[in-house]
Design a protein around this ligand. Sequence first.
Ligand SMILES: Cc1cc2nc3c(=O)[nH]c(=O)nc-3n(C[C@H](O)[C@H](O)[C@H](O)COP(=O)(O)OP(=O)(O)OC[C@H]3O[C@@H](n4cnc5c(N)ncnc54)[C@H](O)[C@@H]3O)c2cc1C
Length: 444
Amino acid sequence: MTVATPDLPRGADVVIVGAGSAGCVLAERLSRDPERSVVVLERGPADWPGVEIRDVRRLPIEPGAAFAVQHDSEGLGVVRGSGLGGSSAVNGGYFMRWHPDDFADWPTGWEIDHIAAAYAELDAPGGTMGVEPVSDDELGDAASAFEEYWSSRVPVRAVADRWPVVGVNRVLGNRTGIVRMTAAEAYVRPALTRPNLRVVTKCDVDELIVADGRVVTGVRAGSTAVSAGEVILSAGTLGTAGILLRSSLGPLDLDRELAVDEHRTLAVTYRRGSPATPGPLLPSVVHTEDSLEIRCYRDDFASYIRGLEPTGPEIGVAAMRSSPASLRLRGRDVAVGFGAVEPAMADALRSAAADVVDMLGSPEFAEVIEPGSITVADGFGTSQHARGSMPMGVRTDWLGGVYGTKGLRIVDGSILPNSGRSGPHATIMMMACRIGALLAGTVE
Ligand SMILES: Cc1cc2nc3c(=O)[nH]c(=O)nc-3n(C[C@H](O)[C@H](O)[C@H](O)COP(=O)(O)OP(=O)(O)OC[C@H]3O[C@@H](n4cnc5c(N)ncnc54)[C@H](O)[C@@H]3O)c2cc1C
């Protein structure tokens, strides 16, 4: 299945760049037609991430990790998965739909019934991503106290429901037991016997091959050119931006920088009275009326990421509506610029952090935290969720076809047209399911 870079195929009907959350879905969908040749080019290693990498009690993203790449990011530690499954192989394993009204402004063709059907392929019982809610037994003491505290103040989603609510949401996870289900396991592994599908690893794509500034005819990796009837960029928001910024695409006028949105965060940390039980990183969240997500992490991030300095278990507050950031090339690679958090957003995060401090001082948390140990962070963090550099309806059509070009499509976090009120993973895969099925002609 895997070949080294010098053995790259010369061409294919479709070349997909990136075997991540979206790219794996497209590879499976588009290779269902045996007449269509599909090649996936992935920069990461040839090995399948094993169960020790996919263990949800760990985030295998420390510097030098085999399946992760670090980005220059003003010290905020931006990292992405790299290899079969991309970020789905190394992420937090939280797999939540966006709220139905988050799709109100999506282009025509993205009606809520279609969206619900595409989500269901992934997250319904028996769906491809093995999605299950965190069970009562797995909650741990902090999330049990968190749910108890909030359930007398805001609505609570029934644990098995898939659509989130403004209120308490028990996290749904893409995992079987403690093993993260990745997009590669769910979609590429079952398709590997198809002779018309090739997945090439250790292949870092440099740029698009472009004729007349707008017609994309393939990609270049090192000194090798691979021609394509169509190129689909699924290299993730940062990887796709890198390829676009390194290429000579006249009509896009990218001006050497791409604007993206992040979910900026403010951390409230504390010391525990006794050690946490091991389990999924993020068992429960609250979604607020003003589009914040209050995340009750089980423990200190240092107990999930090797080499990280302990800072204390965390309750994170995240601004789920737009927080602007930018992507630029620094040398060959993409650097993320965050800049200051807008004053209104900063105020909202600080106010919610004050609510979290009140919560941690409540009787529900008396057995969990050491008195007097609560700290609100000085600065703002990031969620690893950058999206929207090439939004649908603005820079691409509703299926990711890039306006003003021929032969180029983007299907990954780059084309999300807005920021949903949940994390992006389930929605990026949902988008890939629907676009893949439409391109393959299997749905309307
Ligand atoms: C540490 C971490 C934790 C996260 N936790 C959560 C979570 O719990 N819940 C949630 O909803 N979201 C989470 N996210 C975000 C979510 O995982 C991503 O938004 C989503 O997986 C992105 O999917 P994608 O298809 O856009 O890109 P990716 O899955 O990142 O795939 C991109 C692929 O392209 C490859 N690639 C990049 N550049 C090139 C190139 N030049 N040539 C060839 N290949 C290339 C990469 O190696 C990668 O395999 C997390 C992200 C990270 C990094």
